[in-house]
Ligand binder design. Structure first.
Ligand code: EPU
Length: 300
């Protein structure tokens, strides 16, 4: 199948923070192999590729952007291999493949139904599989990178290929591919899960979803946590102590529920968001002597 090209969407309509100007084009890949035609298409539009995924970890600036949004069809999930475990205590190892465009909650639910354990901590993360890999998304003690066995990557120089764990470094909310500078795209991912009882997996998923709902503004227009937690510190706690919970500027605010979540109250702008971010950074530096690092990805 060939890739399809559509007019560039407004990022404010495709990001959960509801911010961002217009992209130059949208390129839709029906299958990973369609990536073979990407370089030519990008050259035609004279811009870089950008996968929005769910658009949930992005702060896009208000002006138009020289990017082509690359959208991926869901793809999978499917079991590609099963291996009996040798120690007799753990379950069978089950290798699973999913497309970069697949919604992570879909994968989590599918795994729960089949009794495949490993993804429970990632329940409730509003992202695609590709986004979760690219950010090494994590929660409740689980990071995407720990599960990965192979990633199908595309970049303009080397094209489409599978890479293994020796070729990447997955750290706290970051995934770097050795010797490959961004932009690169995640077309597919394979991960190792473990067979378990569907009831136990479902119970863990439900417990994590409930924890998330109780402590995070899951239905607001947010981009999740704005800042990383510096070693030994909780950014939410520091911002809360400094009075940032609910602090509002130009239609943007820090959530009244969790001080590290930025929320668009309806008419916010990226300009206001960046101003609030700067204020928070300055206050934390002043009081705690800690330099906050952005967790959200700024698209400009
Ligand atoms: N806290 C406050 N006030 C607040 C927010 C938090 O006092 O306004 C306190 C909490 O009571 C708790 C501590 O700070 O004692 C930590 O808060 P929480 O458990 O909510 O976790 P977090 O460190 O703020 C991290 C991740 C989340 C992830 C959760 C659950 C980061 C930056 N954040 O949040 O990830 O969902 O743990 O594992 O690592 C994201 O990546 O976007 C994200 C939301």
């Amino acid at each position: 199948m060939a890739l399809k090209v559509a007019p560039g969407p407004k990022l404010s309509e495709r990001t959960t923070l509801r911010l961002g100007g217009r992209a130059r084009a949208e390129i839709v890949l029906a299958s990973p192999e369609d990536a073979h035609g990407l370089a030519d298409e990008l050259a035609r539009h004279d811009c870089r590729p950008f996968v929005l995924g769910w658009g949930s970890n992005l702060l896009a600036v208000d002006t138009d952007l020289d990017i082509a949004v690359v959208s991926l069809e869901a793809g999978g999930p499917e079991i590609v291999e099963q291996q009996a475990c040798c120690d007799g205590r753990s379950g069978e190892k089950v290798f699973v493949r999913a497309g970069g465009g697949l919604m992570l909650p879909k994968l989590v639910n599918w795994a729960a139904k089949l009794g495949l354990s490993g993804l429970e901590g990632l329940a409730g993360i509003p992202g695609t599989v590709g986004g979760a890999v690219a950010m090494n998304a994590g929660s409740y003690g689980r990071e995407t990178g720990e599960l990965l066995t192979r990633v199908r990557l595309w970049d303009a120089k080397e094209g489409l290929r599978w890479i293994g764990p020796a070729q990447w470094s997955a750290r706290y909310r970051s995934f770097a591919v050795d010797g490959v500078a961004p932009p690169w795209l995640v077309l597919e991912a394979e991960m190792a899960l473990e067979s378990a009882s569907p009831e136990a997996v479902r119970a863990a998923v439900d417990a994590n979803l409930a924890r998330k709902k109780a402590s995070q503004p899951v239905s607001a227009a947010t981009c999740g946590c704005v800042f990383k937690n510096p070693e030994g510190h909780s950014t939410g706690k520091m911002l809360d102590e400094l009075g940032f919970k609910g602090k509002s500027l130009g239609g943007m605010c820090f959530s009244p529920m969790h001080a590290n979540f930025l929320v668009n109250e309806g008419r916010g702008t990226a300009k206001a968001a960046l101003e609030l971010i700067a204020k928070a950074r300055e206050a934390v530096k002043g009081r705690f002597g800690v330099e906050l690092e952005l967790e959200v990805r700024v698209v400009r």
